[in-house]
Ligand binder design. Structure first.
Ligand code: FAD
Length: 318
């Protein structure tokens, strides 16, 4: 079933869904089941699996020179999606990115997802690799999520890259895209970011999942601004509880978002790891309760492998 169908069917009830990272290379699929098992009692209608492209690392050689090596630390997105669907009978949503893919690679990846009966895809651009100054598409690859959305939409219409393919099998993907309540960090302003988000919807995307945020006002303002800008697709809030003091700096640095002063103070005044975690959980529960009361269709939790924290939160809000 498609994500948008779940959202339509839910009525006044707020759904919960989860996002997982593939385990580090060398890990086993049991790590995924270990994370998901405690969360299945909440009956998530869909589970997202992130995609991680190759990264560069520099190895020091005996000669003293550095050797640049490209490695993918977290492969396995498609296999994990298939395993989740098989093991739990729940829809899995693979993230698909532009970075590292030619359009031909993308087409082949979509064919594989279609054959696996995967019905949903989150279409993203991806970030610049560490040591790259800015995001660089592959030669012959999609440069923006918008281009990827357009490619998926064409395949939904049976149009493949090779024009000699006539009456190609139509894929049937429900396409989700990312949205940024505090603006994407590269966008010159919110209006410009929203214009491109609207184009993603006009070109075939059907729902938006947001970047994490800690101030609900930012989310409500974002939804209102989207609606005023003609974006009427469902908007699912992305939720990530803060659980460690150092995240007060690392989360803004990595995700370009602000942390409200009251949350900063609540975490800074704690004197143990456990107390800092409790403060983060308390904030997150309050955030989720308010989002639920305002009728969001779904709360989408970034689990980051910590299902026990997410479980504690969901138990308090459902
Ligand atoms: P885009 O929509 O392409 O936007 C990128 C920037 O370009 C924005 O500033 C936008 O305003 C601008 N822009 C858009 N279209 C155009 C255009 N046609 N011309 C000029 N400018 C344009 N990353 C991963 O690598 N793997 C993941 O699994 C992953 N999952 C994510 C899940 C969620 C819910 C979110 C919010 C992010 C995720 N990311 C993931 C991170 C994401 O790839 C980055 O935030 C990336 O920098 C932007 O991706 P996007 O799809 O929003 O890009």
């Amino acid at each position: 079933m498609k994500v948008t169908e779940f959202l339509k069917q839910t009525g006044d009830k707020t759904l919960v869904s989860f996002e997982l990272l593939p385990p580090l290379k060398g890990g086993s699929i049991d790590a995924i089941f270990h994370t998901l098992d405690p969360l299945m009692e909440f009956k998530p209608p869909f589970i997202d699996v992130t995609y991680h492209r190759e990264e560069f690392i520099y190895n020091v050689q005996p000669s003293g020179y550095y050797q640049k090596i490209a490695i993918r630390k977290r492969p396995g997105t498609v296999g994990i999606c298939s395993a989740i669907m098989h093991h739990y009978g729940v829809q899995a949503v693979p993230h698909l990115i532009c970075g590292g893919f030619t359009r031909e690679d993308t087409e082949n990846a979509l064919i594989e997802l279609h054959f696996l009966n995967i019905k949903n895809v989150l279409a993203l651009r991806g970030d610049a690799r560490k040591f790259d100054e800015k995001f660089m598409p592959e030669p012959g690859g999609n440069a923006y999520a918008l281009d990827l959305v357009q490619q998926i939409d064409r395949m939904n219409k049976g149009i493949y890259l090779d024009p000699s393919i006539e009456n190609g099998s139509r894929t049937d993907f429900c396409i989700g895209v990312a949205g940024y309540p505090e603006k994407h960090f590269e966008a010159p302003n919110m209006q410009s970011d929203l214009d491109f988000t609207r184009k993603k919807i006009e070109n075939g995307a059907e729902y938006i999942v947001t970047q994490m945020f800690y101030d609900n006002k930012k989310f409500f303002d974002y939804v209102n601004t989207c609606r005023a800008a003609g974006i009427h697709a469902p908007i699912i809030p992305g939720i990530k509880p803060l659980t460690k003091k150092y995240q007060l700096n690392s989360v803004p640095r990595n995700f370009y978002i602000n942390i409200p002063d009251d949350l900063v103070k609540a975490i800074e005044k704690t004197h143990s790891d456990q107390a800092a975690k409790e403060a983060g959980i308390e904030w997150c529960v309050a955030q989720c309760k308010e989002l639920k009361a305002k009728g969001v269709p779904c709360l989408h939790f970034y689990t980051m492998g910590d299902s026990q924290t997410v479980k504690k939160i969901v138990e308090k809000i459902l």
